[in-house]
Design a protein around this ligand. Structure first.
Ligand code: ZN
Length: 390
C-alpha cells in the first residue's frame, strides 16, 4: 500500500534562498535538456505528408535519452561548478522528468493517453524537486534534514504510521510557503477486506448540476464554499487580464490569483476526500466510467461544470479503496447516457434533455440516474467476469 503525507516546512531565510536557488537552477537545466530533445526531434523526424524522392540525410546525432542526458550532468558540474550545490540524485531527477514529459507527448502514458507538447518553464514555474531515496532517520518530530540545504523546521501534524517506509521526499514551493511530500510504502496491509461483498455495489456518474449522482439516486453537490471560492478565482483571473503587463498592480493581482488557486485546489481536494470516504463507508464496490481521451472528448468535455477535478476524484477514490481492501471498477463509458437502464434500448437525446424517457418499456427517470444505473450494471458484470477468470 502506498500513500503520501504532506507537511508544511518552516525554512529560515537562508534555507528559503537555497531552495529557491535550487529550483531556479533545476529549471534552467530542465529547459536546456528539453531543448536538446526538441532539437533532435525537429532535425530527425520524417515529415509524414510528403516524402522527397531525393533527400540528403544529415548525420544522425545520437538521440538524447535519459541515460545520455543523465551522463551529461557530470560535464555540467565541471562547466558550471555551482551545480555541485545540488544533491546529485535531485539533479538526476531532471532528465527523468524530461523523459517522462517527452514520452507522454510522443507515445502517451500507460493507457495510451497523450499529453500536449512539453513547455519550457518560465521563472517560478518550476516548483518541485525530489529526493528519490530519502532516509527515514532524516525526519524527526520537528526537523527534516535535506542534503545540501540543511535542517529545516517542519510541522509534523500527524505522525507517520508504524510499519511505513519513506520512499521519496519532494519539496514544493506553493503560493503560501514550502511543503514536503513524503511518499510512504507499507507492504503489510491486507489487499482485500475480510467481509468484502461484491453485491454491495454502486454506480456513479458525474452530474450536470450535481457533483455526482449514484445509482441509488443520491446526489452529492459540491459545497457552497467551494463554489463561491471558484467564483472568486474567476474574478481574480479577470483582474489579472485587465491589468497592464509588467505593472506592479498586475504583479499584485497575480500573487492574489496564486493564493486563490491554492485555496480552490485545497477545498476541492478536501471535498473529494470526504466524498470518497462517504461512498466507501457504504459500498464495497464503486463503478465509474473509464476515463480515456475518447471519453473525455466525446462524452465528458463540456458535459458539466463538475468535470473540473473529476479525474482527481477518481484517483483519490481508487487509492482509498485499495487501501481499505475495497474496489473501484472502471467501465466502458460508451452510450451510458443513451442506453435505457431497464431494457437496454438506445434512446438518443441531446445534452439539454434532462430526462430519459424510453418509448419501449416506458421507463422515465432522470438522465444522470439512468446513466449511473447503467454504470453500476456494467460494473457488476465486469466484476463477475473478473472473478470467473481468476
Ligand atoms: Zn427501456
Amino acid at each position: 500500500m502506498r500513500t503520501s503525507y504532506q507537511y508544511k516546512l518552516k525554512p529560515n531565510k537562508e534555507q528559503r534562498e537555497k531552495i529557491d536557488k535550487t529550483l531556479e537552477m533545476l529549471r534552467y537545466q530542465y529547459n536546456y535538456l528539453l531543448a536538446q530533445r526538441f532539437d533532435w526531434y525537429e532535425q530527425n523526424r520524417c515529415s509524414i505528408d510528403r516524402c522527397p524522392l531525393i533527400c540528403h540525410l544529415p548525420d544522425l546525432k545520437e538521440n538524447p535519452n535519459y541515460s545520455t542526458q543523465k551522463a551529461s550532468l557530470v560535464q555540467l558540474k565541471k562547466d558550471r561548478p555551482w551545480y555541485k550545490e545540488i544533491h546529485s540524485q535531485v539533479l538526476q531527477e531532471v532528465p527523468k522528468k524530461v523523459e517522462i514529459t517527452f514520452d507522454r507527448w510522443l507515445k502517451g502514458d500507460c493507457n495510451g493517453k497523450k499529453s500536449g507538447r512539453p513547455r519550457f518553464k518560465g521563472q517560478g514555474q518550476y516548483k518541485t524537486f525530489t529526493y528519490p531515496s530519502f532516509k527515514r532517520h532524516h525526519l524527526t518530530n520537528n526537523k527534516i534534514t535535506l542534503s545540501k540545504i540543511g535542517d529545516i523546521k517542519v510541522t509534523v501534524h500527524r505522525p507517520i504510521p508504524d510499519g511505513f517506509d519513506i520512499k521519496t521526499a519532494s519539496i514544493t514551493k506553493k503560493a503560501d510557503g514550502y511543503y514536503v511530500t513524503l511518499s510512504l510504502d507499507d507492504k503489510t496491509v491486507p489487499t482485500i477486506k475480510p467481509d468484502f461483498d461484491s453485491d454491495n455495489i454502486v454506480g456513479i456518474d458525474v452530474g450536470l448540476i450535481d457533483f455526482l449522482v449514484t445509482s441509488d439516486n443520491e446526489r452529492i453537490i459540491a459545497p457552497k464554499f467551494l463554489r463561491s471560492s471558484e467564483r472568486k478565482l474567476k474574478s481574480a483571473q479577470r483582474r489579472v487580464s485587465r491589468r497592464k503587463k509588467g505593472s506592479i498592480r498586475r504583479k499584485k493581482a497575480i500573487k492574489k490569483l496564486g493564493s486563490q488557486h491554492k485555496k480552490v485546489a485545497d477545498t476541492r481536494k478536501d471535498f473529494h476526500f470526504k466524498t470518497a470516504k462517504t461512498l466507501l463507508n457504504r459500498y464495497d464496490v464503486v463503478a465509474v466510467e473509464k476515463l480515456n481521451i475518447k471519453g473525455l472528448t466525446k462524452t465528458r468535455l463540456g458535459k458539466s461544470v463538475n468535470d473540473a477535478g473529476w479525474g482527481q476524484f477518481i484517483n483519490i477514490l481508487s487509492n482509498k479503496a485499495e487501501n481499505a481492501g475495497l474496489k473501484v471498477i472502471a467501465v466502458n463509458p460508451n452510450g451510458t447516457s443513451q442506453e435505457c437502464s431497464s431494457c437496454g434500448h438506445k434512446v438518443k437525446k441531446p445534452l439539454s434533455q434532462r430526462m430519459h424517457n424510453c418509448p419501449l418499456c416506458h421507463a422515465s427517470l432522470c438522465r444522470d440516474l439512468n446513466a449511473a444505473i447503467n454504470i453500476k450494471n456494467r460494473g457488476a458484470s465486469g466484476l463477475k467476469a473478473q472473478s470467473m477468470s481468476s
